[in-house]
Design a protein around this ligand. Structure first.
Ligand SMILES: Nc1ncnc2c1ncn2[C@@H]1O[C@H](COP(=O)(O)OP(=O)(O)OP(=O)(O)O)[C@@H](O)[C@H]1O
Length: 212
């Protein structure tokens, strides 16, 4: 990657405000993120982490301000962005492998082969099993395998390690480090600190909601 590209932020939040339930979860929130960087989104339950991720993904509008990805206003399904919320978004009747095959067909993007993506997450033995018969951790691993497979540049992840065992957390650490080393970006809501070098990761802590 050319050095000038490393410095140029691709994700920009300008004076963002989010209003829900008659209160501001946050307002005047500004930050930018460049390739190779992760934003660690922290804050108490209900502080607005999921809401901010949804806003960055273009899944809900901001009350004020703007979020931009690659210079364009955030919108649902934007190119180069992978979003994973609390829900895994998998089809329960389909096997893990068919879920990833289906996702690959839909995206049309050049991507890692589904079987390799599942193998990278240690799921080869259960790849043919319907997702509804996988454990919670295996389902989360499948969803994360789908994110990694798509090779999108920006990851927006909500509690990605929820339900993962220690080995799964280590796999996530490795995949995230690989993603950032390849010029990827990530915004990750988490209650556990990310295990990344300080220069690669910045914290953003959301405070208490305020009255409108
Ligand atoms: N659809 C909705 N309509 C109105 N208010 C909502 C809606 N979804 C969430 N909220 C409220 O917005 C606030 C922030 O919720 P959000 O899920 O963004 O917080 P969070 O920081 O991700 O919380 P957690 O750590 O518990 O996951 C909460 O007070 C919640 O009740």
């Amino acid at each position: 990657m050319p050095s000038h590209e490393q410095a140029r932020p691709l994700l920009n939040a300008e004076a963002l405000a989010c209003r829900r339930g008659g209160r501001y979860l946050f307002k005047g929130l500004s930050f930018e993120l460049a390739p190779g960087q992760a934003l660690e989104l922290r804050g108490a339950n209900g502080s607005g982490k999921s809401s901010l991720l949804r806003l960055l993904a273009g899944l809900m509008p901001a009350a004020a301000g703007a979020a931009r990805w690659s210079g364009q206003p955030a919108k649902a399904g934007q190119a180069g962005v992978a979003y994973l919320g609390h829900l895994n978004g998998l089809s329960p009747e389909l096997s893990a492998l068919d879920n990833l095959r289906f996702a690959r067909q839909l995206s049309g993007d050049p991507a890692e082969p589904p079987d390799e993506a599942l193998r990278a997450w240690g799921l080869e033995a259960v790849a043919m099993r319907p997702v509804q018969r996988l454990s919670q951790g295996q389902q989360r691993r499948t969803a994360l395998a789908r994110v990694g497979m798509a090779r999108q540049r920006l990851w927006l992840l909500d509690e990605p390690c929820a339900g993962l065992d220690e080995a799964g957390e280590r796999l996530f650490d490795a995949r995230l480090a690989q993603h950032l080393a390849g010029g990827g970006l990530a915004v990750i809501a988490t209650h556990q600190p990310l295990r990344l070098p300080a220069g690669q990761c910045r914290p953003l802590v959301l405070g208490q909601p305020t009255a409108c």
